[in-house]
Design a protein around this ligand. Sequence first.
Ligand code: SF4
Ligand code: SF4
Length: 396
Amino acid sequence: MAIHIERGNIVEVARGPRKRRMVPGSALLDGLAVVWTHWRESFRMNRDFSDIHGTFTQEYPDEQPKLPEAYRNMPILLYDDASGHELCTSCFQCARICPPQVIHMTQAKDPVTGKPVPAVAEFIIEYDACMSCGFCAEVCPFDAIKMDHNFELSTVDHPGLTVHKQELLRPISYYQRIAPTFWAEAEAGAMKKLQGNVKRRPDVIGLAPQLTEMLAARRRELAEQAAAAPPAPAAPAAAPAGEARKLTPEEKAAKLAAIKAKNAGAKGEAPPAAATPPATEGMSPAEAKAAKLAAIRAKNATKETAPAPPAAAAAPSTEGMSPAEAKAAKLAAIRAKNAAKNAAEGSAPPAETAAPTAEAAAPAAETAPLDAKAAKLAAIRAKNAAKKAAEGGGEG
Ligand code: SF4
Ligand code: SF4
């Protein structure tokens, strides 16, 4: 409600009933009482801010103030006390958000591959232009940059206020001391992220320069200890090129059967057209392909060679085979050639003695029931071929 007051009129405002009767000079005494109270309280120290009275003055710099955790002055970078690894990954978030643009950095690179890694090579903050807004610490996803409590930065060295990584770095334990509650909230996530980042960068990258020497000395010590220790047993020799792994007995038997079938077919002594295809179960794709190729070649060779070619011409083609396969094929060819030669000279053992071939396949058959059939078949064919050759030699 608006009150209209005529110009020149005196308006009296009632303030309720008076507590005590006003006497001349009483207001002056009231004022003096306030002054007296404050003067008397000035002799009482009040460090815990329990009320508004007392003396809050501190004997700085002999006595350092106790600052609240959220107090912020200049940004610092953190590294892990135990490992020396810096938390910063050079993600550039802080540099982007900084209002006066006083953060500068370069990303570290792998010394071997030259590719960027999640670590910072150089990190500079211009303290003389930083306004302590704390945005950089707020935005950092890795809790790598925090606001320091140190405010004693007065200097006449102006270039010294361009602070480099080595002077910015502090151990996590330092920040934990000045802001225990804040670090307790961030610790689990920060350490988990640090472990992930350390895996993605070489061991020598992202280490606090303060600890580099200490860590290098520790590594040297470990290397010397390892050198002094007795040598470990030698590792088995690496597989030759082209042979990715050691073949199992089943695979060996299947390969052998395919080679024997091929050789017998090349001599025109067995009906390879109807030969059992080599068992490829349990073989790698490359090995299965080689076995199939050998069987097809044997089949084709039989079709083309109606009269049996001389034994010397029966050398198997090793093209497209691994060194181990080629060696096994050559060995089988030499054995077949020798058997045919002996049979032609009449010194061939009776057909029954060819049984060792079958017997030789027996162990494989025991270990590989699925491939035993193919191995046995190849052995029978070899035996029949030797028998035929012996009969032919006798007739001749
Ligand atoms: S505190 Fe503010 S001004 Fe200072 S570096 Fe961080 S973002 Fe920049
Ligand atoms: S301090 Fe934090 S925000 Fe800045 S680059 Fe490093 S990880 Fe990124």
